[in-house]
Design a protein around this ligand. Structure first.
Ligand SMILES: [Zn+2]
Length: 140
């Protein structure tokens, strides 16, 4: 599971002169985000059930140890998915308030293609690149 969307959808084809982030575009991205969220929620439900089913399965301590690290991994994945769902909810709220699709940092249009690849993007590609450069410098 990654922050990249992997679900199939029909790319939005704007008509000539179509206004950016008009109601049709909002509806398009809202659908992508809601489908993605539903998919993540199903993943989380499945994880919970699997863990409950396996919880008492192994009596051997070695099996138990690997089972515990599996579970730790599952829990981390689940945590990531929950954070992603939170981010999706925030993004849907941005659509409702009309802020969606504009760079948080400089205010330019993020662009339909970039948003389809990363529907939760809040920065344009330039600000994102700058941001990553700064992060790398901090990490040194
Ligand atoms: Zn920007």
């Amino acid at each position: 599971m990654s922050a990249e969307i992997h679900k199939q959808f029909i790319p939005y084809e704007p008509k000539a002169g179509e206004e950016y982030m008009n109601p049709q575009q909002h509806a398009h991205f809202r659908k992508i985000l809601e489908d993605w969220k539903a998919e993540l929620s199903q993943d989380i439900d499945r994880t919970v059930h699997t863990m409950q089913d396996e919880a008492t399965l192994f009596a051997d301590p070695n099996d138990r140890a690997s089972q515990e690290s599996d579970m730790a991994l599952e829990l981390r994945n689940r945590d990531r998915e929950r954070k992603l769902i939170k981010k999706i909810d925030e993004t849907i709220a941005n659509i409702e308030s009309g802020d969606y699709g504009y760079c948080e940092s400089c205010g330019v249009e993020i662009g339909l293609k970039r948003l389809e690849a990363r529907p939760t993007a809040t920065l344009c590609i330039d600000c994102k690149t700058l941001d990553e450069l700064r992060e790398k410098q901090v990490a040194k």
